[in-house]
Design a protein around this ligand. Structure first.
Ligand code: FMN
Length: 188
């Protein structure tokens, strides 16, 4: 696959095959993904990988959160179970964590670099037939969820990546052509 093909054909994946993903491969891809532009080389990121039985705690927290959203006790249990099962079907979670610098400019630059890293990782994974979705659900701000991942004060949970072999690849949603958004200035 050419780079252009990988960029255009990658999709966010929500449904995964029940098939393990090599943790060594994820580590290897991360080693490449960290080669992003990063102003002042602050390297503000770190990662938490959860798989296997480790997922149960996240799934329990997702269940508890979902149950709270529904007043009717029966529907609440049903919704909770749905979220628990949904979480347990994710082969690997990778939490991308960023140290939040006290200076807003550095913080913004760091977030930009961390986002590049996530997309690098996503493209590298796609090249290996592995899909993911970058999730920014409200759970990222729930203390129990943060605590389960060992997130410290002063750290931003930039995303929870749900990773696995795609069971279903959704169709691409069209993008506006960049040339329709381009202004060219070639005269003073
Ligand atoms: C910063 C960021 C946050 C996102 N958060 C979510 C999310 O919480 N849930 C979700 O389903 N997708 C999320 N996505 C994925 C986008 O919805 C997805 O990229 C978009 O629909 C385009 O689809 P594609 O990635 O398949 O091209 C997020 C993407 C980015 C870049």
């Amino acid at each position: 696959m050419s780079l252009a093909q990988i960029i255009k054909e990658r999709r966010s994946i929500h449904q995964f095959e029940d098939r393990p993903v090599s943790i060594e491969l994820i580590q290897e891809l991360l080693e490449t993904a960290v080669w992003v532009p990063n102003h002042k080389l602050t390297e503000p990121w770190r990662f938490v990988l959860i798989h296997g039985e480790g997922r149960r705690r996240l799934a329990d927290i997702a269940r508890a959160g979902a149950e709270k959203r529904e007043k009717d006790p029966e529907k609440s249990k049903e919704l909770g179970q749905k979220f628990y099962d949904r979480f347990m079907r994710v082969p690997v979670f990778l939490a991308v964590v960023m140290k939040e610098d006290s200076h807003p400019v550095v913080r913004e630059e760091d977030y930009a670099s961390t986002s590049c890293l996530i997309h690098n990782f996503s493209l590298l994974a796609w090249e290996h037939g592995i899909g993911l979705v970058w999730e920014t659900y409200p759970l990222l701000h729930v203390p129990e969820f943060r605590s389960a991942l060992g997130i410290q004060p002063g750290e931003k949970l930039v995303g929870s990546l749900h990773i696995g072999y795609p069971a279903q690849i959704p169709p691409a949603r069209p993008r506006s052509s960049a040339s329709s958004l381009l202004t060219v200035i070639d005269q003073g």
